[in-house]
Design a protein around this ligand. Structure first.
Ligand SMILES: [Zn+2]
Length: 273
């Protein structure tokens, strides 16, 4: 609505194909701004994503170590209880050795005593081994909990930085995306198909204007006859060198406005900032 200049040229250009091209050229500008905007956010969004993932993994691992510790604690407790019982039994057998009447009874008690002593010895060894294991787990747990809290701290900082970066660009992104949605509705399917195919392959630039007879995407000359037709503003071509869609200058001017002298553009740009 607020582009009387663009609209009048658009009316001159006329037919549907050219209106579609005009919107395609405008879409390219919007997408380039969106690309710049995403790039201005740098690696922070990706980094925050990775940090969140790393934090989840660390939490899982810490949870697992805590389960292992609890399990080992229970088993140690069981063995300790058993050891108390075994000690009592061994003492009892020792006492009984003195009360036996026959060699047979003596042998039987001795057998039970030795069995009890062996089991007691094994238990004590196992408890010692598990104690060492438990100590290792506890050291791991402490280190992991400390790492986790550092990671949480770093993530919180990165998230704050990210939300600041996003706040600067979010409104602009919304505006551009809304505009993009409107433009796409007005572009013919075959134009979108070429656009979507070429853009990822050509550093994000799929539509360019012809300038001084060359494709402004790759600076190769456009054949003279085509260039003349483009100059009339009622045709587009696909650059035979880079594959980009090339539109005529009248169409580009309808979107960009008349080219301004370079010096005054720079001055006004600086004054605004
Ligand atoms: Zn080209």
């Amino acid at each position: 609505m607020g582009r009387p200049c663009g609209r009048s040229i658009l009316n001159d250009i006329g037919d549907e194909v050219n209106q579609s091209l005009l919107h395609l050229y405008e879409l390219q500008k919007v997408d380039s701004k969106l690309d710049e905007l995403v790039e201005s956010r740098g690696e922070l969004p990706e980094r925050v994503h990775e940090m969140r993932h790393g934090l989840d993994e660390q939490q899982d691992q810490l949870g697992q170590v805590r389960l292992d510790i609890a399990d080992l604690d229970v088993r140690t407790k069981q063995l300790s209880d058993e050891t108390v019982d075994l000690r009592e039994k061994v003492e009892r057998y020792k006492a009984q050795q003195f009360d036996v009447k026959t060699t047979r009874e003596y042998d039987a008690i001795t057998f039970q005593l030795e069995d009890g002593q062996r089991r007691l010895h094994n238990n004590v060894e196992n408890i010692t081994r598990m104690g060492i294991e438990l100590e290792g787990f506890r050291t791991d747990e402490q280190q992991m909990a400390q790492d986790l809290s550092e990671m949480q701290h770093e993530l919180a900082e990165a998230e704050t930085a990210l939300s600041e970066v996003l706040a600067d660009t979010e409104e602009e992104e919304k505006r551009l995306l809304a505009k993009r949605g409107e433009l796409v509705k007005q572009i013919q399917g075959f134009h979108m198909t070429i656009y979507n195919r070429v853009r990822p392959a050509k550093a994000g630039i799929a539509v360019v204007a012809i300038k001084n007879g060359v494709c402004s995407g790759c600076y190769n000359a456009i054949p003279r006859q085509l260039a003349m037709e483009l100059r009339k503003g009622d045709k587009h071509t696909v650059c035979e060198y880079c594959g980009r869609i090339v539109v005529g200058e009248p169409l580009a001017i309808a979107v960009d406005g008349e080219p301004q002298p370079v010096a005054s553009e720079v001055e006004s740009g600086e004054a605004e900032e």
